[in-house]
Write a protein that binds this ligand. Structure first.
Ligand code: MG
Ligand code: ZN
Length: 221
């Protein structure tokens, strides 16, 4: 009797990461830069993206992909700034995965080629950091009004796997008893390679500096 041999399939995560690499390769071939924006709910991801879009949109074509369990509210906000926007509703999934980003990218490209794509991940400080979505830069948004001064230490993976870390809502740091300088030092100790920027999406403080740092990381001017 003949024996059937089955090749073991690659693991689910390995298959996922191959798609992420394919996304990044497509972006590189088309000279498009993509930023994965991560942070807990209410940290100010959408507000910071909007501020950056306002600063950068005269010079660069910008597009937006947003991940949320439900609703298209964030994509609607961005489309008000004339940014081609796509919302991915993840249903019960608490993070974005590369195949969904790949589908969204295909849709976006029908509207022309952007220079920069902001991907707003699902509001969550844990599992989105386990999934490479094909972006060039991970930007973590942390706000002073949630989690207190130990937040960086409580979420080490988020700090270690981000190359830009934004401390948002510094206009209310005093009210929440947060010493922004100390927080920056904590972050630097944990991840010396990361750039840490303190901003207020509300007042616009620090956003010019953040835009410069972002362009430097993306290697575009
Ligand atoms: Mg949002
Ligand atoms: Zn998740």
């Amino acid at each position: 009797m003949s024996v059937k041999v089955l090749q073991a399939k690659i693991s689910v995560l390995e298959a996922h990461d191959r798609i992420a690499q394919r996304v990044r390769q497509t972006l590189n071939e088309m000279n498009i830069k993509m930023i994965d924006v991560l942070g807990g709910p209410g940290a100010g991801k959408t507000s910071i993206i909007k501020q950056l879009v306002t600063r950068l949109k005269d010079k660069f074509k910008i597009a937006y992909i947003g991940g949320d369990l439900a609703t298209a509210k964030d994509a609607e906000e961005l489309s008000k700034l004339n940014v081609p926007s796509i919302q991915i509703n993840t249903g019960t999934e608490c993070h974005l995965e590369a195949p969904w980003v790949e589908d969204a990218l295909k849709e976006l490209l029908k509207e022309g080629k952007p220079d920069i794509i902001f991907v707003e991940n699902v509001g969550n400080l844990i599992c989105p950091f386990e999934f490479d979505i094909g972006a060039h830069v991970r930007m973590l948004i942390f706000s002073v009004d949630s989690g207190g001064k130990e937040k960086f230490e409580k979420y080490p993976i988020a700090v270690l796997r981000s190359s830009i870390i934004v401390i948002n809502k510094i206009d209310v740091a005093n009210i929440f008893d947060i010493n922004v300088e100390e927080l920056i030092q904590t972050g630097k100790k944990m991840n010396p390679k990361a750039e840490i920027v303190a901003v207020s999406a509300k007042t616009g403080e620090g956003i010019d500096k953040l835009a410069d740092i972002l362009l430097k990381h993306l290697r575009i001017k």
